[in-house]
Design a protein around this ligand. Structure first.
Ligand code: ADP
Ligand code: MG
Length: 314
């Protein structure tokens, strides 16, 4: 498959099937054209996935397409943005038709599921690498930032944590039992929390998506906001599947494991009851923002191993 054929047969149909009025022009010119509605701001971010670093060698093309887009779109969710469009820079060792068709089908499905249109891209030869740049919009000034957390704010996470990290131990499992399959699905098909992100506009004081692990990502909020936090390890939301597979390692996976793409955010205490009541997702308070900088972990008796390496840990 030549470059031209590849664009025409794989990517143009995806652009067509995802087109929308605010994407004025997609594939076929030197640039794509996006309309930004009056009173809105463009929110954009780029993510690169390299074979052997961010995903395993011989990773299924369906999973790769889904993960690459989901991971990029999760950054829009974390900002409370509405997704609009994305570009895809694809570096391939060879243009294998079956691989590309499977990749394209999954990419189309994920684009539709997240409500984001393919606007264009670039195709080159080399070691398998994907770069996805996502564009979204927010009403002016409404983007969720990392820097607004205040002492006393509740620290909240969506969904359950630790499953994707445990799934990494099972990627080669030939016929995984049901609980393992549930965890693998979490890793292969992350669900960007778009609806929750939008809901948190004007409600959360700070937010981030959990890509590197709760502790690392919460520390980004702490640093940007100039605050500390106290986390109750016994409050961490763990799924039944994770408890069945990982047992007592659950809390540690939830604290340190990445790839879940849930949101971690902070809410002023007086707003929390109302925020929780109307939320579109399961939310759990796991701690509180403190004035003293540093991360304090309470009720650590159930945690296996130690958590050294986090220099603010006490
Ligand atoms: P140029 O040389 O002007 O950069 P290209 O030949 O790289 O243009 O691309 C031609 C068109 O195909 C452009 O509109 C570009 O956005 C689109 N395109 C190229 N590669 C991809 C891809 N992997 N996914 C989606 N669109 C792509
Ligand atoms: Mg080009």
């Amino acid at each position: 498959m030549g470059e031209f054929e590849l664009i025409q047969q794989i990517f143009e149909p995806i652009a067509k099937s995802t087109q929308r009025p605010d994407l004025v022009f997609a594939i076929g010119d030197d640039c794509a054209i996006q309309r930004i509605p009056a009173g809105h701001e463009l929110v954009f971010s780029v993510d690169t996935l390299v074979e052997g670093v961010h995903f395993p060698h011989d990773y299924m093309p369906e999973h790769l397409a889904t993960r690459a887009l989901a991971v990029a779109v999760s950054d829009l969710a974390a900002m409370g943005a509405d997704p609009v469009c994305y570009t895809l820079a694809l570096t391939l060792p060879s243009a294998d038709r079956a691989w590309l068709e499977a990749f394209g089908q999954a990419l189309a499905r994920a684009s539709q599921a997240f409500g984001i249109a393919l606007a264009g891209g670039d195709t080159t030869r080399g070691p398998l690498t994907l770069t996805v740049q996502v564009h979204g919009t927010v009403p002016e000034g409404a983007a969720l930032r990392r820097n607004g957390a205040k002492p006393g704010d509740r620290v909240v996470v969506s969904g359950t944590l630790g499953e994707a990290a445990e799934a990494l131990n099972w990627l080669d499992a030939a016929s995984p039992r049901e609980s393992v399959a549930t965890l693998l699905d979490r890793y292969h098909r992350p669900q960007p929390q778009l609806q929750l992100g939008r809901y948190l506009r004007g409600r959360a004081s700070a937010a981030i998506d959990i890509s590197d692990g709760l502790i690392s990502d919460l520390r980004h909020i702490m640093r940007a906001s100039g605050v500390g936090a106290e986390i109750d390890a016994s409050a961490l939301p763990l799924s039944r599947a994770l408890q069945a597979v990982a047992g007592e390692k659950g809390p540690q996976l939830a604290l340190e494991g990445g790839d879940d793409y849930e949101l971690c955010f902070t809410v002023p205490p007086e707003r929390w009851p109302e925020v929780q009541r109307d939320a579109p997702e399961q939310l759990t308070v796991i701690g509180e923002i403190t004035e003293v900088e540093g991360l304090v972990l309470c009720n650590a008796s159930g945690i296996a191993g130690n958590l050294v390496g986090y220099d603010h840990f006490r």
